[in-house]
Ligand binder design. Structure first.
Ligand code: NAP
Length: 241
């Protein structure tokens, strides 16, 4: 897939990784980018990157009617980036019920609802791609993020099912499994973090290389270790709180 002819839509584009997606897509000459956020008023800095090509749009990925309205408006999309995410801190037995539900609603159900709404759009535009921002925690759990782990493991499973369903429609599904990234999500967590720019660069390179799964930046080393010895990585992650 060529980025320079694509019309992209990024969820959670107002900050963090989503803002960097918009910047990198612009640098790689995307034709148009719908930068979406729950509150479009928070998109000022993202739109300012290039007001000609960046179109602000309201999307809360847990709001199905709002997603449907956005799919009618953004009828030229060929590349959907399911980036919006939520993380509630807490262990398996003490995470709040509200936090568990929110993480699942945003990270798994939101990914599915966005893909459901934009599949006919991308198909009508001749095919394209969906990028899903998963995490290494889709594969192996860190105990202090129990609800997030579960929601992202579910999202990985859902994304694999979507991949098989969308392939005959000419829509590729690229699943990204980053390690920790230096954004608001992990602010206050003392751990090694990759820059959002390095993560986005590697994911977009995977899109161009027709790669299905991508372990961007430092995630590639962790994934190699996991492939070699899953139990050792599980034990190492169990130490992380
Ligand atoms: N940071 C990491 O260490 C890390 C590692 C691996 C994977 N990831 C994944 O990468 C993606 C981006 O994360 P990030 O680090 O940029 O996180 P972030 O800085 O916390 O930003 C989260 C983004 O998601 C949006 N969002 C949350 N709930 C939403 C909803 N219901 N509808 C629409 N947007 C919603 C937020 O919008 P508001 O401003 O309105 O809250 C914000 O734009 C996420 O899927 C995350 O799980 C992150």
């Amino acid at each position: 897939m060529k980025i320079e002819t694509s019309v992209a839509l990024v969820t959670g584009a107002n900050r963090g990784v989503g803002h960097h997606y918009v910047a990198h897509l612009l640098a790689q000459n995307a034709a148009k980018i719908y930068a979406t956020a729950r509150d479009p008023g928070t998109l000022r800095e993202t739109v300012a990157l290039d007001p000609q090509r960046v179109v602000p749009l309201a999307i809360d990925v847990t709001d199905t009617p709002m997603i449907a309205a956005a799919a009618r408006r953004a009828h030229d999309v060929t590349l959907l980036i399911n980036n919006a995410g939520a993380l509630t801190f807490g262990g398996a037995l003490d995470v709040s019920e509200a936090g568990l539900s929110r993480d699942m609603a945003v990270n798994n159900d939101g990914l599915r609802e966005m893909t459901r709404a934009f599949t006919p759009v991308i198909e009508a535009n001749g095919g394209g791609a969906v990028i899903n921002m998963l995490t290494l925690l889709s594969l192996v759990s860190a105990p202090g993020f129990a609800g997030y782990n579960a929601s992202k493991a579910a999202a990985w499973s859902m994304a694999m099912s979507l991949r098989a369903y969308l392939r005959p429609k000419g829509i590729r599904v690229i699943n990204a499994f980053p390690a920790g990234i230096d954004t608001d999500m992990l602010a206050g967590v003392d751990a090694p973090k990759d820059s959002p720019a390095a993560v986005v660069r590697d994911v977009l390179a995977a899109l161009l290389a027709d790669q299905e799964d991508v372990y961007p930046a430092s995630a590639s080393n962790v994934f190699a270790a996991w492939r070699a010895d899953q139990k050792a990585v599980e034990a190492a992650f169990a130490e992380m709180m």
